[in-house]
Each structure stands twice: as C-alpha cells, then as structure tokens.
Design a binder for this molecule. Structure first.
Ligand SMILES: [Zn+2]
Length: 125
C-alpha cells in the first residue's frame, strides 16, 4: 500500500541520526565554550584538544548538513539521486550511508577537493 515503504525506514534513521548528531554538536560546542573561558595560563596543553574538538565540530556540521539534505530529498522525491550529476546513487551505498546525497563518483571528487584543502583531521566524510 505505502509506496515509500523503504524510505520510511531511511527517514526514521535520518531523523534519529539528525537528533543524535545535533546533541553531540551541542555538547562539543559546550566543551569548546568551557575551554575558551579557561585560565590563559593553562592554554598550552589544551590547544591541541581544542583543535581536535573544532575539527570534530566541523565534521559533525557537515554530517548534519548532509542529513538535512537527504531528508529534504525524501520530501522532494529526489532521494537516491545524486545532487550533483543527477545519476542514481548505488542502493548499496545508500544502505551503508542513508545520508548520502551524492553518487560515489561525485563524492570521491568532492573528497579530493576537501582533502586538498585540509590535509588532516577529517572524519566520517
Ligand atoms: Zn554524481
């Protein structure tokens, strides 16, 4: 009966993931705020931690963005279609990454660009 039976599952996953990611993001921002308010004398050993936290926040923000885009695509009925080139995304890829909004080819092109920009510290992309 329900035509988008498969997508309901993806949608539920994405919504849950969205809330989890958002909660984690807020927690990390809180951590970052705490570190900013810290005594300046103590800054040196924690500078590295701060960098790590910021890199993590950045990658979570990207993740949140892709989850939002995937949810929007479900609403628009374009879920499973590459945002960049319009080719269908491999179902196996969607199975592994329901928030994927790009086909493998476009994703790896994008990753190359991102990697060129920041050489280290990426996660989950
Ligand atoms: Zn593509």
């Amino acid at each position: 009966m329900v035509r988008e039976k498969g997508l309901e599952r993806e949608k539920a996953w994405l919504e849950k993931e969205y809330h989890n990611t958002l909660a984690e993001l807020e927690r990390l921002r809180e951590v970052l705020r705490g570190e900013v308010e810290m005594d300046l004398d103590e800054i040196s050993p924690d500078l590295y931690e701060r960098d790590k936290t910021m890199a993590l926040i950045q990658s979570l923000e990207m993740r949140l963005d892709s989850i939002k885009r995937a949810l929007r695509a479900i609403e628009k009925g374009t879920y499973g279609i590459c945002e960049r080139c319009g080719a269908p995304i491999d179902p196996a890829r969607l199975e592994a990454r329901p928030d994927a909004t790009l086909c493998l080819k476009c994703q790896s092109e994008l990753e190359r660009i991102v990697k060129r920009r920041r050489v280290k510290g990426e996660m989950g992309f």
